[in-house]
Ligand binder design. Sequence first.
Ligand SMILES: [Zn+2]
Length: 425
Amino acid sequence: MMNLDNEAEELASTLGVDKTEVKRDLENLVSYSVPLEEAKQSLRRKYGDGDDGSGPEPESKDLAEITPEDSNVTVTGRVLSVGKRSIRYQGADHTIFEGEIADETGKLSYTAWEDFDLEPGETIQAGNAGVREWEDSAELNLGESTSVEKLEETLQVPYEIGGDAALIDLEPGDRGVNAEVTVLECDRKVIDGRDGETEILSGVLADETARLPFTDWDPHSEIETGESVRIENTYVREFRGAPSVNVSEFSTVETLDRTVEATESAPRLSIRDALESGGMFDVEIVGDAIAVRDGSGLIERCPECGRIVQNGQCRTHGQVEPVEDLRTKAILDDGTGTVTAILDDELTAEIYGGDVDDAREHARDAMDKEVVADAIREAIVGRSFRVRGTLSIDEYGANLNATDFAAITDDPADRAAALLSEVDA
Ligand SMILES: [Zn+2]
C-alpha cells in the first residue's frame, strides 16, 4: 500500500486527531477502491475540517509552471471554454464540467466535479485546485475542496475564448468545443448502450477545413444530411485512431441560415507529419509504392464477421464457407516515413485490371492464388501514388484505408505538391 502511513500521519496532524483512528479509516476507504484524494477529503469532512481542504492555501502558481508532480495549487486564470458532460463513476451518473483555462504564461485543461457556474471569458481564482496527470500533461481538478472566486479584473490572455474551433484543429481530448459544420452523412442506429438499447446518430461532418466523423448520443433533430448547423458543447474522442466529434444531451444544435462549405480536398501531409498527428479521418499523402504485403490479392473472408480466414477457419466462427474478396496492402514511402495503404475490392480491381471473378479464374488457371498479388505488385511497385483516406495508428501499425488511390503521371502540379509536402516537413 502506497505510504498510507505517511498520509495518515499528515492528515491526523492537520486535523489534530489521533493518527491510529485516521489510518484505520483511510485504509478502510482505500480498500473499497475509493481514490486516495477522495478518501482524505471524506475524512476531513468526518473530522470537521470544513470542506476547504487542509491547512493553508497551497502555493499560487503560473499555469506554465504546473506539472503533474504538483498536488494542489492556487491559480488565477481566464476560463476559455466550458463543456458539460455526464460520466458514470462508481455506478452513479455525475455531471462534470470541462474545458481550458489560461493565464499569460499558458493554458491547461480542467475538470470541475462541482457546478461552479463557470462561463467562458470570466477570470477566476481557484484556490486549492487538485492536479492530476491527463494525456501526458497536468490537468486541474476543481472539486469540493476547491474555492472558486470570480474576479472583477479581466486577465488578458493570448488565446481564443469561447471554444469555437475549425475541424482541422480538433484533437482527441478537446472539450467544450463549438463548431459550425455541414452534415455530409447521418445514419440512425440502435446500439446496446450502458442503459440498454439506445438510438444514436453517426456520420460525417465537414467545414471549410476538414471532415470528421461524429456520434450524437442524444439525437438532435437539427442534425440531418445536408444541413448546416452550429453545434455547441461537444467533446472530441479518438475513434479507430482518428478524432471524432461527440454530441451529447448537453450539446445545443442550431440550424444556420448560411451554408457551411464542405472542403473538397483532404489536407496533404508528408507521411511523417501524418503519422505524428496520431491519426486523421481524411488525409492525402503522396509516396512511392515500395512493396505489396502478404494478405493482398485474392483473399478469403468469413461470411459472418468479414475477417480473413485461412483454410476456411475463422478464429471466431470456426469452419465457414469463405467469401472471396480482393484487397491490396501497399507500403508507401515518401522519404519522410512509410505507411500501409489498404485498398478495398474496387480500388484493387482498378489496379489489378479485373474483378474478383477475373482473379478467381486467373488463380485457377495458374493453380496458384499468389498470381493475383504478383500482378498487383507488378502494376504498382516502383510507381508514385496519391492516396486519400483515413489514417489510423494502433498496435498493428499505421494503416491508411484508402478512398482514392491514383497513380501520379507526369502532372507537374502533383509533382510540385508532393515536393512541397516533403519540404514542409
Ligand atoms: Zn468469423
